[in-house]
Ligand binder design. Structure first.
Ligand SMILES: CC(C)NC(=O)[C@H](Cc1c[nH]c2ccccc12)NC(=O)[C@H](CCCC/N=C(/NCCC(=O)O)S[C@H]1O[C@H](COP(=O)(O)OP(=O)(O)OC[C@H]2O[C@@H](n3cnc4c(N)ncnc43)[C@H](O)[C@@H]2O)[C@@H](O)[C@H]1O)NC(=O)OCc1ccccc1
Length: 224
């Protein structure tokens, strides 16, 4: 059984990471789409840096929950037959024990050089980050995919969706594309689709089955 799992902010909600819907899409009064865009980074880099510095710092205060741990068990059981794709930029899947996580929207603990595109691990405020280890330019930006930018590893994701027997969506509202379109794509390729979410997502009608409730209960119940 080849499975593709897609997770969103809802899987980290019970760990204390606010979802986008929680803050009704606002951060410090800014619409997320306003601070998570390349245009915003050009217009006000300090505002954007502080947005991500705040989320990076908050990681120290949260822990993976039973849903993250259950997916790590599933990975150990299925090996290559599982692809875990996340829209989340936190590191809770990895801290929950998952090793092959595909972060399609990037990672908070990674910095990207806007000059030479070199990547480097960075845990602290980006404003204090050293110059790029690749080209020496002081052009490090958060290694996240902003609105209007192409998500990471799309070929690998569509390749896995082509071969999938089952597509499972966990803790996502299905409001942001191209991730929100994966269920339609998978169904058209003949896969079954299962939704595990607190409430019906925008794409819930595309799923063969939907179970609604907290991920910390639904995911272990599905995996074990
Ligand atoms: C707002 C939306 C309409 N905009 C888009 O989709 C745009 C494109 C677009 C613009 N206009 C359009 C009009 C129509 C269609 C599309 C568009 N998309 C883009 O720009 C993307 C780039 C999008 C990525 C942006 N970066 C993120 N994050 C990283 C940064 C950061 O994090 O700061 S997106 C970010 O928001 C999204 C938030 O969604 P969720 O994770 O689902 O969270 P949300 O809060 O919405 O929902 C939480 C859910 O959990 C549930 N829940 C809550 N608690 C629990 C619980 N305890 N248990 C279980 N479930 C729970 C809730 O019920 C809820 O359903 C995530 O993807 C997250 O990564 N790029 C692109 O399109 O490039 C071209 C392209 C096209 C095709 C192929 C290639 C390229």
């Amino acid at each position: 059984m080849r499975i593709v799992v897609l997770t969103g902010a809802g899987i980290s909600a019970e760990s204390g990471v606010p979802t986008f819907r929680d803050a009704d899409g606002l951060w410090e009064g800014h619409r997320v789409e306003e601070v998570a865009t390349p245009e915003a980074f050009v217009a006000d880099p300090a505002l954007v840096q502080s947005f991500y510095d705040a989320r990076r710092a908050a990681l120290a205060g949260v822990e993976p929950n039973p849903a993250h741990h259950a997916l790590a068990r599933l990975e150990r059981a299925l090996g290559e037959d599982l692809l875990l794709v996340t829209q989340n930029i936190d590191d809770l899947h990895e801290r929950g024990g998952s090793t092959g996580v595909l972060h399609m929207h990037g990672e908070l603990l990674s910095a990207l050089c806007a000059g030479c595109a070199a990547r480097s691990r960075w845990e602290g405020p980006l404003a204090e980050a050293p110059d790029c280890p690749g080209c020496g330019e002081a052009a490090l930006r958060p290694d996240v995919v902003w609105f209007g930018e192409v998500p990471y590893q799309m070929e690998r994701i569509f390749g896995a969706l082509d071969a999938a027997d089952l597509f499972v969506s966990i803790g996502t509202s299905g409001a942001v594309y191209p991730a929100a379109g994966f269920v339609q794509y998978a169904r058209r390729r003949g896969a079954r689709a299962l939704e595990l979410n607190l409430q019906p997502s925008d794409g819930t009608l595309w799923f063969n089955e939907a179970r609604h409730g907290p991920a910390s209960e639904l995911v272990p119940a599905w995996v074990d």
